[in-house]
Design a protein around this ligand. Structure first.
Ligand code: UD1
Length: 428
């Protein structure tokens, strides 16, 4: 397994193009199962999870190709086409690598009346069940059994519209049911739906594909089912988590980064948080400019929440930032049970953090020190990169394959902005 070595201390200065959001691209790719026409997705990010989703869709009969679209980094077009579903089984091997594989369940069932999708299984962030995906599809008339680790779903006469009330906000659950409802008979209401920009992006693309959806961007989506959808061309929304991550990196290193293509309104909660912490965030041309303020980093409390709240996917990075705060900050993780695996690793670098259940208290220190650390999940690994960039000395992060799932060309982007960072390839 590859690792990354960082010699910390260089202020980051420069420009980074923000690519399409992974969490928008994955459901958009599964939407290609809903039509026999091609779907073109611009700004498709070059990430391991995108390749895994492409592989999974390939097993089901959907072709996926990527063409660089000129304009240099991070700009590519993904084209998907599913003339016919060849196979209704999403195998364990692929779904266990990426939980978002569950996103093929709704489209498969809607298009061909049956699906067999591996349960994603346990995950480093806690149990992460899919009961709400199943509940919604059952409400739409599907018969669902769990057998041999697979969700076996059937709707021989097709899915029918229903009113589905989510007792808890679920992003991929909303996306799965939204896609299924587009080809169901009659009207569906999704109440208590996720409002994340990635859900909105999917809904907007589905409308381009001929779907009828009201309430886009709100917590109640009303869908009038159609007998078929058609192809479309769609530009994937910019990645708000990558945006927030690089903005915090600029502040932690005392540098200044222009994040091109970033949508500040999609990271409003994080922008507000960073401003309270003393980070300067201003709009700059087609994006934002992030830099540390003159007074250093202020310690500020934060609680994660569904959109428009502070994203759980930026919690680890905020914790890295708070390690350099001027006092104590309390972090409250309300979305996932087990999302503090970066704490012992940050502690190895000299951070002062205590965890009690969902609450972490971060006491700021003057400096972090480089150390060998291990990445445990996607956002935890990038928080270690941020800590390494700001630390004194060398940090070697092992198991960086997690990073490749969500950050495109991260070493290249950071090195171009002055970081001393290199990938150490595992000897073959
Ligand atoms: C998505 C994102 C992930 C992000 C998360 C929360 C993708 C591909 N991934 O994950 O990066 O961290 O949203 O913003 O978009 N839950 C249930 N039953 C269900 C579904 C979810 O109890 O059927 C619970 C989960 O255990 C969790 C909470 O609901 O505690 C939110 O999970 P959810 O929004 O579904 O996360 P994902 O869609 O998996």
């Amino acid at each position: 397994m590859d690792s990354i070595r960082i010699r910390g201390g260089n202020p980051l200065k420069g420009r980074i193009v923000i690519g399409g959001a992974k969490n928008a691209a994955l459901p958009l790719m599964s939407a290609a199962l809903l039509t026999s026409d091609p779907l073109h997705l611009d700004y498709i990010p070059g990430l391991a999870d995108i390749a895994t989703m492409g592989e999974l869709l390939g097993v089901l009969g959907c072709s996926f190709s990527v063409r660089k679209n000129g304009g240099g980094a991070n700009i590519a077009r993904g084209t998907l086409a599913t003339p016919a579903i060849k196979n209704i089984t999403a195998p364990y091997d692929l779904v266990r690598r990426m939980r978002a594989g569950i996103l093929v369940l709704g489209p498969l069932l809607a298009r061909c009346g049956k699906a067999r999708v591996s349960l994603p299984g346990g995950c480093a962030l806690g149990p992460r069940p899919v009961d709400l995906h199943i509940m919604g599809l059952q409400k739409m008339g599907a018969r669902i059994d769990l057998a041999g680790g697979y969700i076996v779903a059937e709707a021989p006469g097709g899915l029918k519209g229903a009113e589905i009330v989510f007792p808890q906000v679920t992003v991929t659950g909303t996306e799965n049911l939204l896609m299924a409802a587009c080809l169901a008979r009659g009207d569906t209401a999704l109440v208590g739906a996720a409002r994340e920009p990635e859900v909105t992006d999917l809904a907007e693309c589905l409308v381009k594909m001929g779907a009828e959806i009201e309430g886009i961007g709100t917590d109640t989506l009303r869908i009038t089912g159609k007998t078929e959808l058609h192809g479309a061309t769609h530009r994937i929304v910019a990645d708000r988590i990558v945006t927030g991550t690089y903005a915090m990196a600029a502040a932690m290193t005392g540098g200044e980064l222009e994040l091109i293509g970033a949508h500040p309104e999609h990271v409003q909660a994080a922008v507000d948080y960073m401003r309270q912490a003393g980070i300067g965030i201003t709009s700059a041309g087609n994006g934002i400019l992030a830099r540390r303020g003159a007074d250093g980093i202020r310690s500020v409390d934060v609680t994660t929440a569904p959109y428009p709240g502070f994203p759980t996917d930026l919690q680890a990075q905020a914790m890295a930032l708070m390690c350099l705060g001027d006092g104590s900050a309390t972090i409250n993780e309300t979305i996932f049970e087990n999302r503090y695996m970066h704490v012992p690793e940050l502690s190895r670098m000299g951070a002062d953090i205590t965890v009690n259940g969902s609450i972490a208290v971060v006491h700021g220190v003057d400096t972090l020190r480089g150390a060998p650390v291990m990445a445990t999940d996607l956002r935890a690994s990038v928080c270690l990169v941020l800590a390494g960039l700001a630390a004194k000395g060398d940090t070697v992060i092992s198991r960086v394959y997690h990073l490749d799932r969500g950050y495109e060309r991260v070493e290249e982007n950071l090195a171009a902005c002055g970081a001393e960072i290199e990938r150490l390839k595992e000897a073959a």
